[in-house]
Design a protein around this ligand. Structure first.
Ligand code: ZN
Ligand code: ZN
Length: 372
């Protein structure tokens, strides 16, 4: 029978997660039923939810964990203050866990290893703290960041004051005791639960559902839907392929408000040294992945059970597409290693060839499923 290893339970974290979740599904609906929501409460919720999420994505994640750009102190201070309000630990601890995640993704030393199950990656790793505590040796650079170390010391106090007391006080100033309760429940409790689970979904859902156009060596996936709820962090396959790029949604049409904010702040002189992977290297990764997927597909089609005149025709087409892409891949690889400028026309042509091959593989998978 399944037994909960109570000896390993991190009680403080667990009680916090369970209490805030319970209040969100009981006290919050009761409050809304009785008092409804006015524009002030809605605006305050939206502000706190966005400021907290963006502080995790822009500050904790892309700035501190990946050093994908440099930021002036006001940006650091804002993200450290509102990052504390997410109650996802200090930036120092968060960064250490996250760097381990990238280094050991899908393996034992990955704190939110998806191979241990969806719920483990989502929340289980927080409830059952790992014993013995692992030494924090991958964040030496942060010891020199005075603001970051100050936040590490006072993170719970900052989170409590700014994330719970301030919205309660603002609610009170707006409409008395009822407003105070609304501020506490909506911009405090509910906002914490929503922001936390959106972050947790990156570790669980974005390692389970979605496409892998850049690399299938790990479980990270691109999800446009999750990007909406996480200020652009849903493009997780790209992020694991190129973790030092300040962009996660790298295509112009992809929804990545964190990227837009970092870029806007750079125009205001508040962020500098924005790190970008070149278009050529990104396309090279996409081509390599398309070629690998084609090779896997051809290997399946080559088995006697799959032998059929129609599949043979599809396989021949796939082989042609793949061969053409291999030639283009070699050409682009040579250009990249020799640092030769590639024309826009050639890039567009290779992008088209890659898309065609990926589409062809998807169609073949679709047909295989419908005929099964
Ligand atoms: Zn990940
Ligand atoms: Zn990351």
């Amino acid at each position: 029978m399944f037994k909960i290893p109570f000896k390993r339970v991190n009680w403080i974290t667990s009680i916090f997660l369970i209490t805030t979740a319970l209040l969100s599904v009981t006290a919050v609906p009761i409050y809304l039923w009785h008092f409804g929501i006015d524009w002030f409460q809605f605006g305050m919720f939206f502000f706190f939810a966005t400021a907290t999420t963006m502080s995790i994505t822009l500050g904790y994640h892309r700035l501190y964990s990946h050093l994908s750009f440099k930021a002036k102190w006001p940006v650091k201070l804002f993200t450290l203050l509102f990052g504390a309000c997410a109650f996802e630990n200090s930036c120092f601890d968060w960064t250490s866990d996250h760097r381990k995640h990238h280094k050991h993704v899908d393996h034992e030393d990955d704190p939110y290893d998806i191979s241990k199950g969806f719920m483990w990656a989502h929340i289980g790793w927080l409830i059952f703290k790992v014993r013995p505590e692992e030494p924090v040796d991958n964040v030496n650079d942060l010891h020199r960041d005075k603001l970051c170390m100050w936040q590490h010391k006072y993170v719970h106090l900052i989170g409590f004051v700014l994330g719970a007391v301030v919205p309660t006080l603002l609610g009170y100033l707006w409409s008395g005791a009822q407003g105070a309760l609304g501020g506490f429940l909506l911009s405090g409790i509910l906002r914490i639960v929503v922001v936390q689970h959106c972050t947790f979904f990156i570790n669980s859902l974005c390692h389970t559902i979605g496409k892998r156009p850049y690399n299938t060596d790990n479980t990270a996936r691109d999800s446009a839907i999750m990007a909406v709820f996480t200020c652009g962090e849903g493009y997780h396959n790209y992020h694991h392929a190129f973790q030092h790029d300040y962009r996660n949604g790298v295509k112009p049409w992809q929804f990545d408000p964190t990227k837009w904010m970092i870029w806007t702040l750079s125009k205001l002189g508040l962020t500098t040294n924005l790190r970008r992977v070149s278009d050529e290297k990104i396309l090279l990764a996409e081509m390599r992945e398309a070629k690998r997927q084609a090779a896997r597909r051809l290997a399946i089609l080559g088995t006697p059970e799959e032998s059929h005149p129609l599949t043979e025709k599809a396989a021949a087409m796939l082989h042609n597409f793949s061969q053409r892409l291999t030639d283009s891949y070699n050409e682009l690889e040579q250009a990249v290693s020799g640092k030769v400028q590639v024309s826009r026309k050639a890039m567009a042509q290779w992008q088209k060839e890659t898309r065609e091959l990926v589409r062809h593989i998807a169609n073949m998978k679709g047909k295989a499923k419908s005929s099964a």
